[in-house]
Design a protein around this ligand. Structure first.
Ligand code: ADP
Length: 336
């Protein structure tokens, strides 16, 4: 404030003329004509500066709101895309399961009908019985896969952890799939590194996982009739020791665009669907879930026209306790 010295603060007698409360003090100069210049300035600078600042702040807020809106829009679009994709996969799954159910059910029903009608000669009865048994076990396998998948999903799987030899795991998985390998004339190349450390986990569940990989190698090998199984000690990305069990084939391989998706539930490659190869698209999801629950992970390396190699990576037990729990092979009596 610039002006003459202020001598007094009085109450104006004509105060009501200003339509203001009478108690408001006014400054009066000492006899001279008042020449006041009132400059008002915000603590933060000039009015123009403040307006520009407010504008900038409003702009930043609008921009933030816009970014937030676009992020939420993208999330909504992504979620609906995922929901659509999942619904489509489930529809494919229902179609695949129905297809898988139809064939064995048709065989069982026509065999049973023929036997009931008495049109089957006695010497053919055994053959019919075998067909019914095979188709029934195919149905049981399918239902078991679906139940296992459901259990893995809701986390109700009960694992019995043990410390065991990798060779025991590999040999049992091979034994359980031997009939399939022999039936299709496969050559199996097995290589187990000597003095491999033991691993810890549910040997039955891990066996099921290995068998899934072997069955896949058989199903998707095309004309090749070769499977390699190798167990070795290696190092993970961080340089830690790990046990690696690889199931390799020399089949047509998996297109790069589909490699990630084969681990998703219900996903089947275009080639598998076109080739009408039996399957539900659950095997690898199950295998991966099991391996991860044992503290490991499952990877694949694949090259078109050259084959695929699926590897189970497991943490080794480097200092097993003296009273090592061993698992009887009888525990490994699950399906091939
Ligand atoms: P399923 O075999 O029942 O279809 P999986 O989950 O085991 O289901 O496999 C998912 C898909 O991955 C298969 O449908 C197939 O397309 C592909 N796949 C799996 N293993 C192999 C393999 N060894 N070679 C080529 N493709 C494979």
């Amino acid at each position: 404030m610039v002006g003459p010295r202020i001598d007094s603060i009085l109450r104006s007698p004509n105060w009501h003329n200003f339509a203001s409360p009478s108690w408001f003090p006014v400054f009066r100069s000492n006899g001279e004509a008042p020449r006041w210049v009132l400059r008002v300035q915000h603590r933060r600078g000039s009015l123009a500066g403040i307006v520009a600042g407010v504008r900038r702040r409003n702009l930043a807020i609008s921009f933030g709101v816009l970014v937030l809106l676009s992020v939420s829009m993208s999330l909504v679009v992504l979620a609906s895309y995922r929901a659509q994709k999942y619904a489509r996969l489930q529809m494919d799954f229902v179609a695949a399961v129905s297809h898988e159910l139809r064939t064995p059910l048709a065989v069982i029903s026509s065999a049973a009908e023929n036997i009931a009608d008495g049109v089957v000669p006695e010497k053919q009865l055994t053959k019919y019985g075998l067909a019914i048994r095979n188709q029934t076990s195919r149905l049981v396998d399918l239902v078991e896969d679906i139940l296992r998948f459901a259990a893995a999903r809701d986390g109700s799987n009960r694992y019995r952890h043990r410390i065991f030899d990798v060779s025991e795991l590999v040999d049992t998985a091979i034994e359980n799939t031997r009939a399939l390998l022999d039936r299709d004339g496969f050559t199996l190349h097995k290589e187990i590194e000597p003095k491999l450390p033991k691993v810890r986990g549910d040997i039955s569940a891990l066996g099921q996982c290995l068998e899934n990989l072997i069955v896949n190698a058989v199903k998707y090998s095309g004309r090749s009739r070769w499977i390699g199984i190798r167990a070795q000690i290696g190092r993970d990305h961080a340089g830690y020791l790990e046990v690696q069990i690889t199931v390799a084939d020399r089949g047509p391989g998996i297109p790069a665009g589909e490699v990630k998706q084969i681990f998703e539930p219900f996903y089947r490659t275009q080639a598998a669907r076109d080739g009408q190869i039996r399957g539900t698209g659950l095997g690898l999801t199950l295998a991966r879930t099991i391996v991860e629950e044992m503290g490991g992970h499952l990877t694949v390396v694949t090259k078109l026209e050259q084959g695929s190699a699926f590897t189970v990576h497991l943490p080794p037990v480097l200092n097993p306790p003296s009273e090592v729990e061993s698992t009887p092979v009888s525990e490994l009596s699950h399906k091939a």
